[in-house]
Each structure stands twice: as structure tokens, then as C-alpha cells.
Design a protein. Structure first.
Length: 243
């Protein structure tokens, strides 16, 4: 990895002091950041492609909401062989959408990926076989989450599904503290210093607001999903399939 793609965002004197934003500095180091900050991230992205390939069916329309640089869109595209697959990849951070356009130009020119710089709330969801929210719902204000899930549910075709992956918290303080420490251990093991871990935690505090498994599953039911199954867990990151 070239030096300027290594995530040292919170290491130096020029570390951001405001709330975390998905800007150019983050986009530049994002693949390294996720790989070293999300347990099993690389495998998760690969699995999303595999799961999507089973769920999508022919001529599928797939939404990748909060797509960032398009890692999951690329994974799904690589696994779903159907040339008629279309992915609408949405992110409200211009730096991320620019990065996606630079990384996946062929898929965009071929019309297989449509990259939109927009808030999820402004994207009409219709005729979807699959909607992916990979590590995105946690960045929406909690008061907006149910409404977005309802819109997604309403936009699914019969037999369509939502794949939701989130960082979670536990209601039991002891267990939650253990899982938080394990998460910090994972970051330490990946070369982040105490300073970097502490600064990033502070920057994310008001921006990434995780829910418990119970809150997620109750909200999915309230949004109209009837089958809600967990298909992924690595430390404090959980994935659901809901339809
Ligand atoms: C942790 S990243 C998601 C990672 C990505 N799905 C992946 O697998 O590589 C969260 C993304 O959601 C985007 N995001 C947050 N709130 C959003 C909103 N309201 N509308 C659209 N995108 C949003 C951020 O800009 C960011 O790129």
C-alpha cells in the first residue's frame, strides 16, 4: 500500500477536530480504514456478493445505499453473472461518489452501475430485488431510520430482500464493554495507536449511533419485514437478511 493510502487520518497534528465527515481525506484512505477498522470487512464484502448472487435473480435491480467507493457494488457485479443486472449506487458524499466513478468506469459506461450523489431519502426505491445497507443505516439520524426502512420495504418486488449490516451495541453493560474492548483490541492489532482510536471514537460519537440487535429487529418488523434472519457476525458487526 502506498503511504498516502494508509489511514493515518487521526494520527497527526492535522487530525480532524470536528465530527467525522466522509470527505476527500477520508475517501483517499477509505479502503485501508475499513479493512483495519471493520472486523472481517474484506470477507464481508465478498460474502455480500455471494449472498446477492443467490437473491438477485435475472434482470435484477439492486440498490447499494451508502455505497461509498463501491466495494459492495463491485462485489455484487462480479458475482451476479446476469448482464441485465442494474445497480443504483447512492451516496451523499461527493468525494465517495467521485471515487466510485473513478474505480468502476466500465460498469458505469455499460449502464450496469448508476452512481448517484444523493441523500438516501431523496432516492425513489422501486422494483428492487435487493437493497443493501452496508454500514449505512447507523449514520442516519435515529429518528429517520424507521421511515427509510418502510420506504425500502415498500420498494421491494415480491420475493425481494434487504441486506442490512450494522455495528451494534448490547443492552448488558458488561457484555457491551467487553465487545467494545475487543473491537479496540482488533484496531490495536491492526496498527492503530491509542491516540488514533480515541480521536476517531470521539469524532464518530455524534455521527455513528449504533442500535442494539433488539432495536434493529423490532424496527425491521415495524417497517413491515416478516422474515428477519441474521447471516453475519464478526465481533460487534451484524448482518441481517430481511424480506
Ligand atoms: C461506512 S460507509 C459505508 C460503507 C460501504 N457501504 C462499503 O461497504 O464500503 C457509510 C456511507 O454512507 C454514506 N451516507 C451516510 N448518510 C447518508 C445519507 N443520508 N444518504 C446517502 N449516503 C449516506 C456516507 O457518505 C458513507 O459513504
Amino acid at each position: 500500500m502506498s503511504g498516502d493510502r494508509r489511514d493515518r487520518l487521526f494520527a497527526g497534528d492535522d487530525a480532524p477536530e470536528s465530527d467525522f465527515v466522509f470527505d476527500e481525506r477520508v475517501a483517499r484512505v477509505f479502503p485501508d480504514m475499513l479493512e483495519r477498522s471493520v472486523p472481517c470487512y474484506r470477507e464481508l464484502v465478498r460474502l455480500i456478493g455471494i449472498v446477492a448472487a443467490r437473491l438477485a435473480g435475472p434482470h435484477a435491480l439492486v440498490y447499494d445505499l451508502g455505497c461509498s467507493l463501491g466495494a459492495c457494488s463491485a462485489s455484487m457485479l462480479a458475482r451476479i453473472g446476469d448482464p441485465h443486472l442494474r445497480i443504483i449506487a447512492v451516496d451523499n458524499a461527493p468525494a465517495m461518489v467521485e471515487g466510485l466513478r473513478a474505480r468502476l468506469p466500465d460498469a458505469i459506461v455499460a449502464g450496469r452501475i448508476e452512481a448517484r450523489c444523493a441523500d438516501i431519502a431523496d432516492v425513489e426505491i422501486e422494483n428492487a430485488r435487493l437493497v443493501l445497507l452496508n454500514l449505512t443505516l447507523q449514520f442516519l439520524p435515529p429518528a429517520r431510520r424507521l421511515a427509510e426502512l418502510r420506504r425500502i420495504r415498500a420498494g421491494l418486488l415480491p420475493g425481494g430482500a434487504l441486506l442490512l449490516v450494522e455495528k451494534v451495541v448490547w443492552p448488558d453493560p458488561g457484555h457491551d464493554a467487553l465487545m467494545s474492548e475487543l473491537f479496540a483490541d482488533f484496531k490495536r492489532a491492526n496498527g492503530y495507536s491509542e491516540l488514533e482510536i480515541g480521536r476517531k471514537r470521539a469524532a464518530l460519537e455524534r455521527v455513528l449511533i449504533p442500535d442494539s440487535i433488539e432495536v434493529h429487529e423490532a424496527r425491521l418488523r415495524e417497517a413491515g419485514f416478516v422474515r428477519i434472519e441474521r447471516w453475519f457476525q464478526c465481533l460487534n458487526f451484524i448482518g441481517w437478511l430481511a424480506c
